[in-house]
Design a binder for this molecule. Structure first.
Ligand code: GRF
Length: 218
């Protein structure tokens, strides 16, 4: 990929879109060498669609089909087609509440990334900040990871901690986690798009122009 090429992003979300806003703003400010080519949502009234349209970006609702937690095969094929027609290089999940299956994974191998509101592998799945509070951990955080066929199980790209305070409620902890998400996600994407990604087993490693050559340790 030559340096003049801005990475084209397809962003998928089901919710209010605060991570999408952080990413779109980072693109606009030049902190992220990318552009949002298309936003897709399975929820017609999702805030992420409004946030995209306010910014003059292409945004579409694409019906998910009858299932609750995944796209049905025809719907997933429609997502792939829309992303390919928009010439998307990377798919960015930003609060997309459905499991990604083979059609999307095969169309964008190691090119689908997600953000999760906990330090994986702790607290995968839904409402991870509540899981962290209920478990009683003192530190939780945020994980950016590549997407595989499991739930929040793909190779980890970046993590950042968030301290749990004694007087936290689910709402206060979630709010602090989201602040960290809004910093970590654009920064992790910038590193992904400017470095060379190697995935060996579970380990995702980024080689930047200044990092040691592959095979060296340290
Ligand atoms: C974020 O907390 C993210 O970690 C999770 O879904 C939430 C999306 O929030 N995957 P928003 O729509 O980006 O505000």
């Amino acid at each position: 990929m030559n340096s003049a090429h801005r990475v084209r992003l397809g962003v998928l979300g089901s919710g209010k879109g605060s991570n999408f806003v952080a990413i779109a703003d980072a693109c606009a400010a030049g902190r992220l060498p990318a552009e949002v080519a298309l936003v897709l949502s399975d929820v017609p009234e999702a805030g992420i669609l409004d946030r995209a349209r306010e910014r003059g970006l292409r945004a579409r609702h694409l019906a998910p089909g009858p299932y609750r937690s995944k796209l049905d095969p025809a719907a997933e094929a429609a997502y792939v087609q829309a992303l390919q027609e928009a010439r998307v290089d990377w798919v960015v999940l930003a609060g997309f509440m459905r499991i990604i299956k083979e059609p999307l994974l095969q169309a964008f191998p190691h090119r689908i990334v997600n953000i999760h509101p906990a330090l994986l592998p702790s607290f995968p799945g839904l409402e991870s900040w509540k899981q962290a509070l209920e478990y009683g951990v003192k530190v939780t955080g945020v994980t950016v990871h590549l997407v595989d066929a499991g739930i929040d199980s793909g190779p980890i790209v970046a993590q950042a901690p968030v301290a749990v305070e004694d007087d936290d409620t689910p709402a206060t902890l979630h709010a602090r986690i989201q602040q960290v998400e809004h910093e970590l996600y654009p920064a992790a994407l910038a590193r992904l798009f400017t470095g060379r990604l190697e995935v060996v087993g579970r380990r995702a490693r980024l080689r930047t122009p200044h990092s040691p050559a592959s095979g060296q340790t340290g």
